[in-house]
Write a protein that binds this ligand. Structure first.
Ligand code: AMP
Length: 192
């Protein structure tokens, strides 16, 4: 399975991506996790990303795209991948499409997680307390939601035009949301 997971911060993408990668026996590639690991290890990539992350801004496309293109050719991606947190801009989505076309392995689906803003703010405040994520502070949360609306939401149309979009009601217990996703993916499965 080759899947991208779209949705605002707090929509539950990370939780569901882990479960889907397990279900489809493919790699879970979470760009935010890769950046956080690099920040805590003090690598050059981590230093390049940290100021953007702390502000709730996107890391520049060229940095993210290079990182993901390298990651997708690692052997654990041979059986497919669930991309969580990438793409976040149309530029990133185009780079991904080009690369997958070169590899002859196009995307199979883009999931868009629907959650109300009220629910998101509640979830993110809970996560800030539980995980001490510096970018879950309230004003940063609001900024990240704006960045999502401006830069990432256009990807919903991008994938809809390509016939790849599946909307998911992401409110409810974790297992229920997973079941909805699996049912939707099954329903949309193409005949090839
Ligand atoms: P996340 O855990 O996916 O919410 O990502 C945390 C932070 O990492 C984001 O707020 C961005 O600063 C950065 N980041 C993760 N993925 C991307 C991406 N595809 N493009 C740009 N920045 C990203």
């Amino acid at each position: 399975m080759r899947l991208v997971v779209l949705g605002p911060p707090g929509a539950g993408k990370g939780t569901q991506a882990v479960r889907l990668a397990e279900r489809f026996a493919c790699a879970d590639v979470a760009t935010g996790d890769i950046f956080r690991a690099n920040v805590s290890e003090g690598t050059e990539l981590g230093r390049a990303a940290q100021e953007y992350m702390d502000r709730g801004d996107l890391v520049p496309d060229e940095v993210v795209i290079a990182m993901v293109m390298d990651r997708l050719v690692e052997s654990d991606c041979d059986g497919g991948f669930v991309l969580d947190g990438f793409p976040r801009t149309v530029n990133q989505a185009e780079a991904l499409d080009r690369r997958l076309a070169e590899l002859g392995t196009p995307l199979e689906a883009a999931l868009s997680f629907d959650v109300t803003e009220e629910e998101l703010l509640q979830r993110l405040a809970g996560r800030a307390a539980a995980q001490h994520r510096s970018d879950d502070a309230e004003q940063t949360i609001r900024h990240r939601l704006e960045v999502f609306a401006i830069k990432t939401r256009p990807l919903i149309d991008y994938y809809a035009h390509r016939g790849l979009l599946t909307n998911v009601d992401a409110i409810g217990p974790i297992e229920v949301v997973t079941k909805r996703i699996l049912a939707a993916l099954d329903g949309n499965r193409r005949p090839w």
